[in-house]
Design a protein. Structure first.
Length: 294
């Protein structure tokens, strides 16, 4: 049985840990409210922009030749992986890494065997984990969450689009967590590039609308496609940010509860140990008194 001092030290240690997890839960809750507001404001805009792109491109698809719509045999693949910069958020990052590995295994096993699968990391945890597994990782925007704004995400999207247009990659996929609620995050593995008619129609089903275009459909579409991709990436990053804070809040809440349960057990052990020590001391005193009497 542990000594009283050891049990007391463990109680102090667990108490300190519980205070830290409570504080982290409160911080995550505050960040979650801001992140949730941001994503709720972004979703309607992103959805409407997607609908507009679908409607316009369906009529102009044969006339508009955009390098971002070029379908090539898939030889080189880029996977944009959105994770977090820090841990202590449960299985949030692990699930994204697993989903990425599963995507590679199911769709790009042949390309991976030739070393033609690269990772574009947004978030340090995914970059570190996938780099350890031997993948080539682009870390230019690994710390994007430290400067999260549309300008930074826009630059990342432009770099990805330029690499695809230049033929460096034949397909670009996006892996991220979509925020549903505090306890639930939905993993998405979406095709980012090239833009195809199938991708657009499966994402959004819109009613037929007759638009008057000024300037031409082609000019509008040439402007709309890059903007839509930038907004899509920005929304994915915001979704991941909100999901991260929700996952961290849930993890810290569970850790606080576990610490409370452990404290109950330790206090019970402490009381039993203390009672046993007192009983031993009493027996020693009684034994000593009897020896003196005899």
């Amino acid at each position: 049985m542990a000594s009283l001092k050891e049990v007391r030290n463990r109680i102090v240690s667990v108490n300190s840990t519980q205070q830290i997890t409570k504080a982290m839960k409160m911080v995550a809750a505050a960040k979650l409210r801001r992140a949730q507001d941001n994503i709720m404001q972004m979703r309607p805009y992103a959805q409407k922009l997607g609908e507009m792109l679908t409607t316009v491109s369906s009529g102009a698809e044969s006339a508009v030749d955009s390098p971002l719509k070029t379908v090539r045999p898939i030889e080189k693949v880029l996977i944009v992986v959105v994770t977090s910069d820090r841990g202590l958020c449960g299985a949030f990052n692990t699930n994204i890494v697993k989903a990425t590995l599963l995507l590679i295994e199911q769709k790009y096993a042949a390309q991976a065997a030739r070393g033609n699968v690269e990772i574009f990391a947004i978030g340090k945890k995914g970059a570190e984990s996938l780099a350890k597994r031997g993948f080539v990782v682009n870390k230019n925007y690994m710390d994007l969450f430290g400067r999260l704004n549309f300008v930074a995400v826009k630059q990342a999207a432009e770099e990805i689009m330029k690499a695809f247009s230049d033929g460096q990659y034949d397909a670009v996929d996006l892996v991220y967590n979509e925020f549903k609620n505090v306890a639930t995050q939905i993993i998405h593995t979406d095709r980012f590039l090239p833009i195809t008619a199938e991708d657009k129609t499966t994402r959004t089903k819109t009613a037929e609308v007759n638009y008057i275009f000024e300037p031409t459909e082609e000019e509008i579409l040439a402007e709309l496609i890059p903007k839509s991709l930038k907004i899509q990436l920005y929304r994915s990053v915001l979704e991941s940010n909100a999901s991260e804070q929700g996952a961290r809040m849930t993890a810290m809440d569970k850790a606080t509860e576990n610490a409370q349960e452990l404290l109950k057990e330790l206090k019970l052990v402490y009381n039993r140990t203390r009672q046993a020590a007192i009983t031993t001391e009493i027996l020693e005193i009684v034994g000593g008194a009897e020896a003196l009497k005899n």
